[in-house]
Write a protein that binds this ligand. Structure first.
Ligand SMILES: [Zn+2]
Length: 314
């Protein structure tokens, strides 16, 4: 039986939405304050702490291009895409190209035709970010035609012009210490995200994604990037709704909790090549639709898996 708070009409969505917005403001503040600290001091420890804080917040903010690709950032399409551009451009990712790439990934996760396929390599821990950006642009050039292609090309030109203007106008101390150094930390986080989503998971296993479990405060601070399984099950849910959905499917026993892995278990399973054990899990169709989430989530049903059973490493 599902929790009434999650299924009833008094679902706590507005509170979660405003908490989500506050977190975005908090990340913007961290980037601004860390940038100021990085530029105004020569103490090494301030550089390290400032770059880590700013780079981590930039990582969370640039991840919002994903939300924009699902049109979750704002009701108005133009405004949603403008926010997506702000989020994606620092990592050379036009939202129009990301949307095409990411939709194809949702359609064929870990299967033939998944444009993410080249990312399923341990080398992505080092080269993930540049490879990801290259794949996104290559996919856009290969698959987009007509108006979407014109849209992508126009956005890419605007992105290049804006970044060139920003980088040339900023004083070099702000450009290098306040922006480029934190971006290196952001790229490292991005590499971690890339390998911890689908690496070593054949189609169908674990419902195609790892089910990472980070400590709650860290998960919240990183805008729940570790809730990738829930996102793949219901791409129509916004990032701040994913923990409620995780609680719901776990409470209902639809996904056995042993499928959740801590970062350490994930590292052992992937990098120490621990032999997996086999346990059956229910078909994706048995997992409930969150009634509190509205029509978008219900419409955005995931594709059906190819395999009737899944494996667990735990
Ligand atoms: Zn998605």
């Amino acid at each position: 039986m599902l929790d009434r708070r999650l299924t009833g009409s008094a679902a706590p969505q507005p509170r979660h939405r405003s908490t989500g917005r506050l977190l975005i403001v908090a990340h913007l503040l961290v980037v601004a304050l860390s940038g100021f600290a990085l530029v105004s001091t020569h103490a090494r420890w301030v550089w390290v702490v400032g770059a880590l804080a700013s780079g981590t917040s930039l990582f969370a903010l640039t991840g919002l291009v994903h939300e924009a690709s699902h049109r979750h950032l704002a009701r108005h399409r133009g405004f949603n895409d403008a926010l997506g551009m702000l989020a994606g451009w620092p990592l050379l990712t036009p939202v129009s190209a990301y949307r095409a790439f990411h939709n194809a990934h949702h359609q064929a996760t870990n299967d033939e035709g998944d444009p993410n396929e080249p990312l399923n390599s341990r080398w992505m821990l080092i080269f993930g970010s540049p490879v990801y950006v290259t794949l996104i642009h290559r996919h856009a050039l290969k698959t987009l035609r007509g108006r979407p292609l014109v849209h992508y090309l126009a956005e890419t030109l605007a992105m290049i012009a804006t970044l060139a203007a920003v980088l040339s106008l900023l004083p070099h101390a702000i450009r290098e210490r306040g922006f480029l150094v934190p971006l290196v930390i952001t790229a490292l986080w991005q590499n971690l995200r890339i390998v911890s989503e689908h690496l070593d998971l054949p189609s169908g296993r674990f419902h195609d994604t790892w089910q990472l479990a980070l400590p709650t405060p860290l998960s919240r601070w990183l805008l729940h990037y570790d809730h990738h399984l829930e996102h793949h099950l219901r791409p129509g849910l916004r990032w701040h709704e994913l923990p409620m959905y995780r609680a719901e499917i776990h409470r209902g026993g639809f996904i056995p909790t042993p499928h959740q892995v801590t970062p350490l278990q994930f590292t052992r399973a992937v990098f120490c090549r621990r032999r997996p054990t086999t346990t059956p899990t229910p078909p994706t169709s048995a997992i409930p639709t969150p009634k509190w989430a509205g029509r978008a989530a219900i419409r955005a049903r995931p594709r059906q898996p190819n395999h009737p059973t899944r494996e667990s490493v735990v």
